[in-house]
Design a protein around this ligand. Structure first.
Ligand SMILES: C[S@@+](CC[C@H](N)C(=O)[O-])C[C@H]1O[C@@H](n2cnc3c(N)ncnc32)[C@H](O)[C@@H]1O
Length: 281
């Protein structure tokens, strides 16, 4: 019977795409390609050279398992178990937030501000997977970077990522509301939890139901980092903050009223103002 013939890769790709679209994925084809490439341990390009190849039972089972996870709206990044952030590939799972493209712009600003500094001390507040801390250590090799987080689980993941990348960063448990660790720091960077808990229902299920609530929701964390940094930054040291959509102007005003100078807002890759910085005088 034709129905008993083994499924080809092309057919599995087509059916997976259809299934993920029905389940609400915004990029079903791309998701299906990434998941099948992962299941078969090939690149996405290689998939297209093998579309007529029948899948073995084991390959089909592996592909089905991954597609089923994604169909339940688990983020693609968690299903794959790793994700790219700037030059690094990091382990990602439910212990910490998935590093976002806009956060790569935060790192870009940090590197520009650190340019020419030989051995700057850098503090990453709310380090999560360690993405910002590790990317700065990677791209500014003289930097001595410390990452803090209130979540032991996030810190465990950040430690795994430090091991995986071979980069040296110091990681410590610390609550940002208890003040920031003594510096002096040349740069304090933070992507703090900034989603208003009242906006929870507006989030995509991938974010709302899978990413750690303590990484997403917060009131007052941005202000606490901004005022805390004033006490631990060196003279002329800089603060770089990622903020939520629509929060940049108010955050810039807050930095100015706290006494920061050279306050500046940078747009992310999508043209939204998501990065705010200021210098301690
Ligand atoms: C938005 S995530 C950022 C993660 C990572 N830096 C990134 O950009 O991908 C915020 C991080 O702040 C941490 N966090 C939340 N509340 C905190 C607190 N009171 N003190 C320290 N860290 C906190 C969370 O555990 C989470 O890892």
């Amino acid at each position: 019977m034709a129905g008993d013939a083994p499924l080809t890769l092309g057919e599995v790709l087509r059916r997976s795409t259809e299934h993920l679209a029905e389940k609400g994925s915004e990029s079903p084809r791309l998701d299906a390609e990434r998941l099948l490439a992962h299941a078969l341990d090939v690149t996405r390009i290689e998939l297209y050279t093998q579309l007529d190849r029948p899948l073995t039972t084991a390959e089909l089972a592996e592909a089905r398992a991954l597609v089923a996870r994604r169909a339940a709206r688990e983020p693609l990044q968690y299903v794959l178990g790793e994700w790219g952030f700037r030059r690094l590939t990091l382990t990602v799972d439910r212990r910490a937030l998935i590093p976002r493209p806009e956060t790569e712009v935060v790192v870009e600003r940090c590197l520009a501000l650190l340019d020419g500094a030989e051995a700057p001390r850098v503090l990453d507040v709310g380090t999560g997977s360690g993405a910002i801390a590790l990317a700065i250590a990677d791209e500014h090799p003289g930097a001595r970077v410390t990452g803090i987080d209130a979540s032991d689980e996030a810190l465990a993941l950040a430690r795994e990522n430090a091991g995986r990348t071979g980069l040296r960063v110091e990681l410590a448990r610390h609550d940002l509301f208890a003040g920031l660790p003594d510096g002096p720091w040349a740069l304090v960077v933070s992507n703090p939890p900034y989603v208003d808990p009242d906006d929870r229902d507006a989030l995509q299920p991938e974010v709302r139901d899978w990413e750690p609530a303590e990484a997403l929701f917060g009131r007052g964390a941005t202000a606490a980092v901004a005022s805390g940094a004033l006490g631990v930054l060196e003279d002329e040291g800089v603060l770089v903050l990622e903020v939520g959509d629509g929060q940049a102007a108010a955050t810039a005003d807050m930095l100015t009223s706290l006494g920061y100078v050279d306050v500046r807002v940078t747009l992310d890759l999508a043209g939204r103002d998501r990065v705010v910085e200021g210098r301690r005088r």
